[in-house]
Design a protein around this ligand. Structure first.
Ligand code: ASP
Length: 337
């Protein structure tokens, strides 16, 4: 029996056309997109297609779009063996992170992909990305799907959805997973690193609730006291994500520390994420030890995209701060491995 896959179009460069006069890219009709990939007919599967109501450049996506997409997949979950989502590259890693927390105990693959060049361009990278994402979604382990998690396939590599980040606006290899291993590679052979894949027998849970009361603040040597005080006094947030240096360090002048302490005393959760592409937040220096002692939460090896999405997911569960902290440090969907 042929397996069925739902191919979902959300927008992005993959489905855009170039305006002949201005050269600017804008979204076009999904039906045309399918005509551009005749090889899909050669794949041994029933492929149904659907587009979200309003396909868009992923730069304009908001958490409501993640929820709409999650809902669409949840409503179709029992009808398909897997899902392939076509998505713009700019915010794809945010969407994959968010969906990896919305769906717990997945028994099927949700594989995102897109392209750097529109599907109609002669040198497009879309064909390989879509066709391989489709083949990965169809891989079986006995009677079950081999891949049972949210992933992102791009440029020959399959990444865990909550461990991936966009690293290039030009290369066909636009994504990387610097803090986690790649789940599969596509060369002459499709090689899947089975020992890394998530596997659960538990029942699926879908929780689309998200709260966006999250603020990201990048530490840099020129931060001024006035600026920090204004942020602390006027911006409303429940989680402050500090993008720190190296293994989680930052300067510790009194005015800075006191403002941070005031936030912590008010019940604001402060999370430490490193600006470094490789490595993780670790208590190696007094500057990071100081933060931990005051209750700042270390994000370990999680990407910024994942820290944002996980925080929004946990805030959506309306839990107390202590519970938030222990859930945040727990491994939900492979984000800490
Ligand atoms: N701006 C586009 C988007 O994210 C870029 C792309 O798809 O590659 O939708």
């Amino acid at each position: 029996m042929k397996l069925s896959i739902l191919l979902i179009y959300t927008g992005g460069t993959i489905g855009m056309v170039r305006d002949k006069i201005t050269g600017v890219l804008h979204p076009f009709d999904f039906e045309n997109l399918l005509q551009q990939i005749p090889q899909l007919q050669k794949i041994e599967a029933n492929i149904d297609t659907i587009s979200v109501d309003n396909p868009k450049d992923s730069a304009t996506m908001r958490p409501g779009d993640w929820q709409e997409l999650g809902q669409l997949i949840f409503e179709n979950y029992n009808k398909y063996a897997g899902f392939v989502v076509l998505h713009g590259t700019d915010t794809m890693a945010y969407t994959t992170s968010a969906l990896s927390f919305m769906f717990s105990n997945l028994g099927k693959p949700i594989i995102f992909t897109g392209s750097q060049l529109p599907i109609g361009d002669v040198r497009t990278d879309a064909m390989e990305n879509v066709l391989t994402a489709m083949q990965l979604a169809l891989l079986q382990d006995g009677v079950n799907s081999l891949i049972k998690e949210v992933c992102l396939y791009f440029g020959g590599q399959l990444f865990r959805g909550n461990s991936v980040t966009k690293i290039s606006s030009e290369d066909f290899n636009a994504f990387a997973s610097p803090k986690n291993l790649v789940l599969a590679t596509s060369n002459i052979k499709l090689k899947v690193n089975k020992s890394l894949l998530l596997d659960t027998k538990k029942a699926l849970e879908f929780n689309p609730h998200l709260e966006d009361s999250v603020f990201v603040y990048k530490i840099h040597p020129a931060i001024s006291r006035v600026q920090l005080e204004q942020i602390c006094d006027f911006i409303n947030f429940k989680v402050l994500i500090l993008e720190t240096y190296g293994s989680g360090t930052m300067f510790l002048e009194d005015w800075f520390v006191n403002n941070l302490q005031k936030l912590i005393d008010k019940g604001i959760l402060v999370i430490n994420v490193s600006q470094c592409v490789f490595g993780s937040v670790d208590v190696l220096y007094s500057a990071s030890k100081y933060l931990v002692d005051r209750g700042v939460v270390n994000s370990g090896s999680m990407t910024l995209e994942t820290v944002i999405a996980k925080s929004m997911h946990l805030l959506g569960k309306k839990m107390k701060n202590e519970e938030f902290k222990s859930e945040f440090l727990a491994n939900f969907a492979g984000e800490l491995s």
